[in-house]
Design a protein around this ligand. Structure first.
Ligand SMILES: [Zn+2]
Ligand SMILES: [Zn+2]
Length: 666
């Protein structure tokens, strides 16, 4: 049995998760772990929230909260998103726990004693307005390497380089915007330079890594590594365990990866075998795999391995299958620019398997990829509903309606049947090979191609017509279709766990535990009997209300300013409602004909539950006239009525004097 320790990047507990986080690290890690477990490997998935560093203190400063309030809130919020998406961890810890503080301090002292940490007197950026040193994100300026103007004091988001605050050109305090001065202080430095050769030799053994990851790591080593400060002057974090260092804490990027070990320790003690973590961290046979996004490559391929080398006891990573960036409709996801789709919002609209399906297709495995809501919906409708859902449904419905039960002693003959048997038998190894290579998108495409073959086979064999003339032949066809459905229920499990479970319930197999390779066994162990048939996936009909949302503060809505120029673009007029009609299948929508003075337009408005048709006709209401037309339930809406939202109920507004239709509002 192979042993795998799978980790995904510790998310900062300073905000909710968005689609980029999930596609970049957590979903691939979850798929991979589920696959390994189905293969019968001893695999655990370890993670937790990263609760230190200035990402937390800045958020707390901004919102007038304590860092503890921030991390408590977001630890829970993030965990809920993972639970909602059915991303499972064997342990999901927190770096603020005592077990982590203790281990991080021991780790620091061990490296210190091994001679890889030294004290250095330095000049630091200090803000005289704020009366404080400015580590990491407390300072922004121009990157000296790539010229990016918003580089942070610890890293340039644009070129990915690790920086020190004083490297920045034109540095500015991010609290008050002032220009900092330089003041002497001291910090503890990690002898990265000394480990350069060892790191290079180690990287050269990793020819099986993803090309983009290995090349990036090697190019940094070739550029030459520099010793780096691993402590900060901050009141929040793991205190440096040296008497002379009061007021200093470990740099968040020093303590965070140690969280992989402390979380594994916490897991072991929860299982009742407190030493079990050693199998995963001290036994070199264990394969340690870190799933991360592009921005973490430097830390997981250089700094963290160097820390492990300097420590000496622990096993080094076997692989770091880092992903590139996921963009949203062509632009980089950005919390500060409010350009993101948040997981809690998506989960309100769609079942977890829809989201997992849509995001797996855009995992940025080898290059940046792009997500759009339109493409997401199209995929659900044309692939999940029309291909997989359709194949499962037509197969099981047919068996239930015309056979009830198909006996398991079935003889296979004929070219098509043999081809299907071959497809089933080779399925687990074909998909398994792709998953072993972290090719999640291709694996899912192959699975969908297999389902499509099922649909083609069904069409080709025409069971609806042969059932009257050749019952034996029809039973054979349906047996093989059911066998494909069963195989699908196994290989989709890592991707779509909920669908896998539901299909097995329908196949009356929910009590049995299947391993990965069972997907290739086309014979059923018992007669095929269909218990019930239910629709797996529903078409997404309406325009979704999920859109780009600004990141919200705790219990407070952020102010999202638009410029006067932007406001001037809106054409607002008084319209008179002249006709009101129902829209078939829509409980809350009316189709309205609205007179705008020089013309009438059709609008769709969600006010049906609150206003009768009689109340609406001849009413004058404010209308946003130049809103991009949108088709809702087959009706194209050419604008929007403005109304007040009171606890989710619309309240219409009226001018308080007689105003003719078409009057401008400004
Ligand atoms: Zn840069
Ligand atoms: Zn300042």
């Amino acid at each position: 049995m192979k042993r795998f320790l799978i980790t995904s990047a510790l998310p900062y507990a300073n905000g909710p998760l968005h689609i980029g986080h999930i596609a970049g690290a957590y979903l691939p890690a979850d798929i991979y772990t589920r696959f390994r477990k189905l293969k019968g490997d001893n695999a655990i998935h370890i993670c937790g929230t990263d609760e230190h560093g200035v990402a937390i203190t800045i958020k707390a400063d901004k919102e007038g909260k304590t860092p503890k309030e921030i991390v408590d809130y977001y630890h829970k919020n993030i965990k809920e998103s993972f639970d909602g998406l059915q991303i499972i961890f064997d342990n999901f810890s927190r770096t603020s726990l005592p077990i982590h503080h203790k281990l991080s301090q021991e780790f620091f002292l061990r490296i210190y004693e091994n001679g890889f940490i030294y004290r250095k007197e330095i000049e630091q950026l200090y803000c005289e307005n704020c009366r404080r040193f400015l580590p990491d994100r407390y300072v922004e300026g121009t990157c000296p390497y790539c010229g990016f103007e918003k580089a942070r004091g610890d890293q340039c988001e644009n070129c990915g380089r690790w920086l020190e605050p004083k490297d920045l050109l034109n540095p500015k305090c991010t609290i008050c915007g002032g220009t900092p001065i330089i003041k002497p202080s001291f910090q503890y430095y990690f002898r990265l330079k000394q480990l350069e050769g060892a790191l290079k030799d180690w990287l050269l053994t990793k020819s099986y890594w993803k090309e983009n990851v290995l090349n990036q790591a090697l190019s940094w080593v070739r550029d030459g590594l520099e010793d780096r400060a691993i402590t900060r002057d901050l009141p929040w974090g793991v205190p440096v365990p040296l008497e002379e260092a009061s007021g200093k804490v470990l740099y968040v990027w020093f303590d965070a990866p140690i969280g992989y070990i402390s979380s594994t320790m916490e897991w072991a003690s929860k299982t009742g075998q407190p030493d079990l973590w050693k199998e995963f961290w001290l036994n070199p046979d264990t394969k340690i795999i870190h799933f991360i996004g592009k921005d973490n490559i430097i830390f997981h391929t250089l700094i963290w391995p160097a820390m492990l080398m300097a420590h000496g006891d622990y096993t080094l990573p076997d692989n770091v299958p880092a992903n590139e960036f996921l963009n949203l409709q062509g632009s980089k996801l950005s919390t500060s620019r409010n350009w993101a789709i948040w997981i809690p919002d998506l989960l309100k609209e769609y079942p977890p398997d829809y989201i997992r399906y849509g995001l797996t297709h855009v995992i940025p495995e080898t290059k940046d990829s792009d997500f759009s809501m339109e493409e997401f919906k199209t995929r659900i409708n044309s692939e999940l509903v029309n291909n997989l859902g359709n194949f499962v449904n037509r197969t099981l419905t047919f068996i239930k309606n015309y056979f009830g039960k198909i006996e398991r002693e079935i003889q296979i003959s004929g070219e098509q049947d043999l081809e299907i048997v071959n497809e089933i038998e080779t399925l687990p190894s074909r998909i398994g090979e792709l998953l072993e290579n972290f090719e999640f998108r291709k694996a899912l495409k192959e699975i969908m191609a297999f389902s499509q073959k099922g649909n083609q086979y069904f069409d080709f064999k025409r069971p609806w017509s042969t059932r009257k003339t050749d019952r034996e032949e029809t039973a054979r066809t349906m047996y093989l279709c059911a066998s494909m459905v069963k195989a699908l229920s196994i290989v989709i499990e890592p991707f779509l766990p909920d669908s896998a479970k539901r299909i097995r319930e329908m196949l009356n197999l929910e009590g049995e535990s299947f391993m990965w390779d069972d997907a290739g066994k086309w014979r059923f162990a018992k007669d095929v009997e269909i218990k019930k048939v239910e629709i797996l996936y529903k078409k997404i009909e309406d325009q979704s209300s999920v859109c780009m949302q600004p990141e919200s503060k705790l219990g407070e809505k952020p102010m999202n300013y638009i410029t006067y120029e932007e406001f001037k673009k809106m054409e607002l007029r008084i319209g008179e409602i002249v006709e009101v009609e129902d829209i078939p299948g829509a409980d809350k929508l009316y189709k309205l004909e609205v007179n705008l003075g020089d013309r009438t337009v059709i609008l769709v408005a969600g006010i049906k539950g609150s206003y009768s048709k009689e109340e609406l006709v001849h009413r004058r209401v404010p209308v946003l006239v130049n809103l991009e037309p949108k088709t809702v339930r087959g009706v194209t809406s050419n604008g929007m009525i403005l109304a007040c939202d009171l606890d989710g109920k619309p309240i219409l507004l009226s001018p308080d004097r007689d105003v003719p239709p078409g009057s401008i509002i400004k």
